[in-house]
Design a protein around this ligand. Structure first.
Ligand code: C5P
Length: 220
């Protein structure tokens, strides 16, 4: 495929989403938030009364295959419902992690993810963009940061939205989510063999964005 794609993978709250969206904006590329698809699938399953477990895998995968989802002007719509905020809670993240460990759910979402690869190019944010979904991507970045740093960022984010949360609880949650994501049998979280690792612990958003853009420039 000749359509350019930049993959940005990494653990929870490493800043992937912010960096990937900014890189997409600077290049005029499309942006794929693959985590949102797992979050929406989990929400849709729970709303349909399906507990997220292996016993419901086939039915949840069937829902994922025909997810009535639209990404419009920064809003996420499921059917006619605006679920933008509902999918962003910590609980929704944990449910997404559970649903994403079901192999046939992952398979059901592949085509939808591939459909985002259109001209002029794509920046894809997730856990397995470089390892599984776009293995031929010319640039794969693995964006990471220390757990302390990630917990602190998530804490600031929540406070700014008016939620309260303890840093210790947030850190425990994100470490639990990373442990599940890294040890699952299908598409575990890990850097692609040809990924460039960027430690975002001490970088500003602009610094991280500029590093990714510089790497992209080198490949042109
Ligand atoms: O990135 P975000 O926090 O929105 O992702 C939510 C969850 O979805 C992750 O914890 C992970 O389990 C799952 N996910 C995944 N593969 C992706 C993106 C997200 O398994 N490409």
């Amino acid at each position: 495929d000749h359509i350019p794609v930049i993959c940005i993978d990494g653990p929870t709250a490493s800043g992937k989403g912010t960096v990937a969206a900014a890189v997409a904006q600077r290049l005029g590329y499309r942006f794929l938030d693959s985590g949102a698809m797992y979050r929406i699938t989990a929400l849709a399953a729970l709303r349909a009364g399906l507990a997220i477990d292996e016993g419901h895998e086939a039915r949840i995968a069937a829902m994922a295959q025909n997810l009535p989802v639209r990404f419009e002007g920064g809003k996420v719509l499921l059917g006619g419902d605006d679920v933008t905020d509902a999918i962003r809670t910590e609980e929704a993240g944990m449910n997404a992690s559970r649903v994403s460990a079901l192999p046939s759910v992952r398979t059901a979402l592949v085509q939808l993810q591939h459909s985002f690869r259109r001209l002029p190019g794509l920046v894809a944010d997730g856990r397995d963009m470089g390892t599984v979904i776009f293995p031929d991507a010319p640039l794969k970045v693995y964006l990471t940061a220390s757990a302390a740093c990630r917990a602190e960022r998530r804490h600031k984010q929540l406070i700014s939205k008016g939620f309260s949360a303890s840093i210790e609880d947030l850190r425990a949650d994100l470490e639990a989510r990373d442990a599940r994501d890294s040890t699952r049998s299908v598409a575990p979280l890990k850097p692609a063999q040809d990924a460039l690792v960027l430690d975002n612990s001490t970088l500003t958003i602009d610094e991280a964005v500029n590093q990714v853009l510089a790497w992209w420039q080198e490949r042109q």
